[in-house]
Design a protein around this ligand. Structure first.
Ligand code: ZN
Length: 293
């Protein structure tokens, strides 16, 4: 199944729901960052959560989620735009924590103590920034906790990543269901009971359920709109121009030091691992430009 996102609302407008399949995206993150299995699941859950929350963005708005914990992964960061383009990174891609019978020790890898940061560029003067303590460090519950406390939107979040025996991504995806103002209390209770009886989202995805089928099952009996779709995909915003500007902003002594070396200087993007190479002559050229300006 190709990566796909579906967003819809209930006909009465009191619920909104998004589901996505993100296998290809998470596999690409795994390949680029060389994450070990537990790190793949942790980063995959965060990136999928970012895709789901990002489906509420409009125009040129952007969203970033960052998990900062006292576990071996240290810091995980994912960003998206309104079109579902995602990039993500993890400070330490090797958790060193193998799966146990109960699954991947994601909470241990992230760390039980720490914070979830949410940054939204809504094209206003200042970006929106919020921070909550980690709730369970399993990612989905942390996002639901943030949504309930910071945004005051009761939300159900499910995120799932399953791996092949060799550590590749077999299936990934999730759903986000939110109660909007005016949602009757009985409907919420009914929904909660219904969701509690739903198989884990990883099982649904591994069984080949599409985002539409997952939402159909999760919201059974509730009249829904047709909804909108998009295709989540990896895309980094780095460029040669940005990296050149970064090198230009180094103190002149530091840059001249690099230019005096025999070998080329390599700058690697932390999000996509693309390597930008600069020969000593090119670096010296940047310095020349400085003197001109
Ligand atoms: Zn990049």
């Amino acid at each position: 199944m190709k990566d796909h996102l579906l967003r819809l609302t209930s006909v009465d407008g009191t619920l909104r729901a998004t589901a996505a399949s993100t296998r290809d995206l998470i596999e690409e993150l795994r390949r680029r960052h060389g994450t070990d299995p537990t790190a793949t699941v942790a980063l995959g859950r965060l990136a999928t959560g970012t895709v789901l929350l990002g489906s509420l963005l409009k125009g040129k708005q952007r969203l970033a989620l960052m998990l900062e914990g006292n576990g071996p992964l240290q810091k995980l960061h994912a960003e998206t735009d309104a079109e579902g383009h995602v990039r993500a990174t993890v400070k330490n891609p090797v958790s060193g924590l193998p799966p146990s019978e109960s699954g991947f020790p994601v909470a241990q890898a992230i760390g039980k103590a720490g914070f979830l940061h949410v940054i939204k560029d809504l094209e206003l003067k200042e970006p929106y920034q919020s921070m909550v303590q980690l709730y369970s460090s399993e990612v989905a519950e942390d996002l639901a906790y943030y949504l309930a406390t910071s945004e005051q939107i009761p939300s159900s979040v499910a995120l799932g990543v399953s791996l092949t025996p060799t550590g590749g991504v077999a299936a990934a995806g999730g759903f986000l269901i939110q109660a909007l103002p005016g949602c009757p209390q009985e409907r919420l209770q009914e929904l909660e009971q219904h969701l509690a009886g739903l198989p884990p989202v990883t099982t649904l995805l591994a069984g080949g359920s599409t985002p539409g089928e997952i939402l159909g099952q999760a919201l059974e009996g509730i009249p829904l709109t047709h909804g909108t779709t998009l295709t989540p995909a990896f895309r980094c915003t780095c460029s040669m121009r940005q990296v050149t500007a970064m090198l230009r902003s180094l103190p002149p002594e530091e840059r001249q030091e690099l230019a005096r070396r025999q070998e080329a200087t390599e700058v690697s993007c932390e999000y996509c691992r693309q390597v930008y190479r600069f020969t000593p002559e090119e670096l010296a050229g940047l310095a020349e430009n400085d003197r001109d300006s």
